[in-house]
Design a protein around this ligand. Structure first.
Ligand code: UD1
Ligand code: CA
Length: 426
């Protein structure tokens, strides 16, 4: 089993935020969370070290709470990427396997790529493999300098000659190290460079000098190492991730009418022949069956299970709710903390009042099969509407309604004959 070291101590000044950079989220998952999960999903790693520095406590708390096989290691002060990796030395003194090094701010890296990267490292019997990528505009990245034998060194933009700056093969910032051989590099790194830092990139040259086998693996899809340095980058990455998810659904037989205005979280399962209409936002963990129609302008907020042939239409918000087959909620509703049966019609403007702001308690609404809820009704939870019952429009339901009953709470209609004529006559 290998170990990962995820660098996340940097300040992230350009985010202009009080939240540490790696704790910014896409679909509620943190940037560092995406990286840890990508490593875990390779199935190759048993332990992740997250190097923290800037706002260390916050990052540490998040990692501890959410990732049982990850631990944080403090780097203070932050003297460069090489110094950052050296922080794990005390924990891996006798470790014999591989260590992969990644950055905590590249959430689009995939488990498939990491697996291929490690396989490449193993197959080529490398001691040290760096991931590279070909960029038309390589500005700001370290450049991979090759010679006739292989990879010679990495030169940072700030230290590069004009010739080196022209190189389009860049350092993606991901490494695979045969730890028992490469661990000695960290005590030999120097700070004689433009930034006065301990550069992790110097281990390439060091490896060559020690006669180790050094290689580069070239990334196929550059998107995967897209790094987040600003809110603008965060928005771009979210779009890319969303597009990746939507493409998967399209390939699996889901119709997404307008991928540009539809958002679907990574943890949403959708079965084939379901249609997602424009301006729909689906977040959290959800399971949507076959032949459903969602949107336009629908909002699924997580923990939503829809069986087959369910309609969730315009301006309908659903949260923590199961809806059985053939049920429609077509317009302007809020359905939360509910269980809804099949063949139910939820009229326009129906609200499940699930939250008591005084006690801060949330309660459940249970709606049986074949129930019809009239428009503009409020179902005040906890409440059960039993099978087949009918709720008249504009009702406020505060008690359980038995099977097949009619419940109606609005004032009786009053008709005053010729009232308008009398008013007009004066
Ligand atoms: C680094 C590489 C560069 C590569 C690029 C890819 C070095 C010297 N350069 O440059 O070749 O093309 O990544 O993105 O490694 N960090 C720490 N502690 C530190 C310094 C940095 O944890 O003391 C973390 C940062 O939070 C960040 C990562 O390491 O997540 C990369 O650091 P950064 O300063 O952004 O390196 P680059 O200049 O981008
Ligand atoms: Ca960077």
């Amino acid at each position: 089993m290998l170990k990962s070291v995820i660098l996340a101590a940097g300040k992230g000044t350009r985010m202009k935020s009080e939240t540490p950079k790696v704790l910014h989220t896409i679909f509620d998952k943190t940037l560092v969370g995406y990286v840890i999960e990508a490593v875990n999903n390779t199935g190759l790693a048993d332990e992740n070290f997250v190097v923290v520095g800037h706002q260390a406590e916050k990052v540490e708390e998040h990692v501890k709470k959410n990732y049982s096989n990850a631990r944080t290691v403090l780097q203070s002060p932050q003297l460069g990427t090489g110094h950052a990796v050296s922080m794990v030395l005390p924990y891996l003194e006798n470790f014999e396997g591989e260590v992969i090094v990644l950055c905590g701010d590249t959430p689009l890296i995939t488990a498939e790529t990491l697996k291929e990267f490690v396989e490449f490292h193993r197959k080529s019997s490398s001691d040290l493999t760096v991931m590279s990528a070909m960029f038309d505009n390589p500005a700001n990245y370290g450049r991979i300098i090759r010679n006739s034998i292989g990879v010679e060194s990495i030169v940072e933009e700030k230290d590069a000659t004009v010739e080196q700056k022209a190189v389009k093969e860049i350092n993606a910032g991901i490494y695979c190290l045969d730890w028992s051989k490469v661990k000695y590099a960290f005590s030999e790194l120097k700070t004689n460079n433009a930034q006065g830092e301990y550069y992790l990139t110097d281990i390439i040259k060091w490896g060559n000098e020690k006669g180790l086998k050094v290689n580069a693996y070239t990334l196929k899809n550059n998107e995967e190492i897209f790094g987040i340095n600003s809110k603008s980058n965060l928005a771009q990455a979210a779009k890319m991730l969303n597009r990746r998810i939507i493409n998967k659904h399209l390939d699996a037989g889901v119709t997404v009418v307008d991928p540009d205005t539809t958002w679907i979280s990574p943890e949403t399962i959708i079965e084939q022949d379901t249609v997602i209409y424009p301006m729909t936002y689906i977040e959290g963990k959800n399971k949507i069956g076959k032949n459903c129609k969602i949107g336009p302008f629908a909002h699924l907020r997580g923990d939503v299970v829809l069986e087959d042939f369910v309609k969730v239409g315009n301006f309908v918000e659903v949260k923590k709710t199961t809806i059985k087959s053939n049920t429609n909620a077509c317009h302007l509703s809020y359905i939360g903390d509910s269980e809804v049966g099949s063949n139910v019609n939820i009229g326009a403007g129906t609200i499940t009042a699930n939250y008591n702001p005084l006690t801060k308690e949330k309660s459940k609404t249970i709606i049986g099969n074949n129930v019809k809820i009239g428009s503009n009704s409020v179902l005040v939870a906890p409440v059960t509407i039993e099978e087949g019952a009918n709720v008249g429009a504009l009702s406020v339901i505060t008690k359980d309604i038995p099977s097949w009953a009619l419940a109606i709470t609005r004032a009786p209609i009053k008709i005053v004959e010729d009232w308008v004529k009398k008013v007009l006559k004066g």
